[in-house]
Design a binder for this molecule. Structure first.
Ligand SMILES: N[C@@H](CCC(=O)N[C@@H](CS)C(=O)NCC(=O)O)C(=O)O
Length: 238
């Protein structure tokens, strides 16, 4: 298996955490998102969406990170990570969806603003290679986000923190007593909140510490936070 990923990409980190939880080491291909390698013709020939992660497995190209997490959990059943009963599985999948619809798109906007995101001129020339809808999203990011949009994103992120705290009120992990794909999917996003000056409730801060202590997360620690400014990842826009 070959995993295309990028440092600082939360969706990539979720896949790498699950690989590490399973004790499997895929072949890794690191993309330089700071210089928009995900928009290069060579990479677009592999993935026309121009996003990471992308997993090449069984002669197929798999994208959409939560679907990849479920694929890995079914392919490598030990240890099981989707939850032991229907309620736990529901919660894990609920968080996989909520990351996509609420957390990632708003975090992308907050991060773009906080890191003073910008796209170099040579990368802007490459926008023509993208699918039209992705090109439109990037053009919007280049123009920057207005005050109302930033306020709405901040509000959504703070609401996500409260919602997480609700599920963590009596549990160490989101779906109860066991770490699941839900924790793996959400953690790399929420771990960035405080760095961006977005506070989290106490129960979430404790959960962040618990997840960070897992060997699977320690193993990819250096790739969790980008040292340089990176793109707004418009694929996360809901
Ligand atoms: N829904 C996709 C989102 C993938 C995505 O947006 N990835 C970001 C990095 S976390 C990306 O590749 N952004 C680069 C771009 O849009 O140019 C998933 O879950 O895999």
């Amino acid at each position: 298996m070959l995993l295309h990923y990028a440092p600082g990409s939360a969706h990539s980190a979720a896949v790498r955490i699950v690989f590490a939880e399973k004790g499997i080491e895929p072949e890794l291909r690191k993309l330089d998102m700071v210089h928009f390698e995900q928009h290069s013709s060579a990479y677009l020939a592999i993935n026309c969406h121009g996003t990471v992660p992308l997993l090449e497995a069984e002669g197929r190209k798999l994208f959409e990170s939560f679907a990849i997490l479920e694929y890995l959990d079914e392919t490598y059943p030990e240890p099981p990570l989707i939850g032991g009963d229907p309620r736990q599985r529901y919660i894990a999948r609920k968080w996989g969806k909520y990351v996509e619809t609420h957390i990632a798109p708003n975090l992308a906007i907050a991060r773009w603003a906080a890191l003073h995101g910008r796209m170099p001129a040579e990368a802007q020339a490459g926008l023509a290679n993208l699918l039209p809808e992705r090109c439109a999203l990037w053009l919007r990011a280049i123009d920057g986000f207005d005050r109302e949009q930033l306020a709405a994103s901040t509000h959504a992120i703070l609401a996500a923190g409260q919602r997480l705290a609700g599920d963590l009120a009596n549990n160490p992990w989101l779906a109860g007593d066991a770490f699941t794909l839900g924790d793996a999917a959400v953690y790399p996003h929420v771990a960035q909140f405080e760095t961006l000056g977005l506070p989290v409730p106490a129960a979430v801060a404790e959960w962040l510490r618990r997840v960070a202590a897992r060997p699977s997360v320690q193993a990819i620690r250096e790739d969790l936070f980008p040292v340089a400014v990176m793109g707004p990842e418009p694929g996360r826009w809901g």
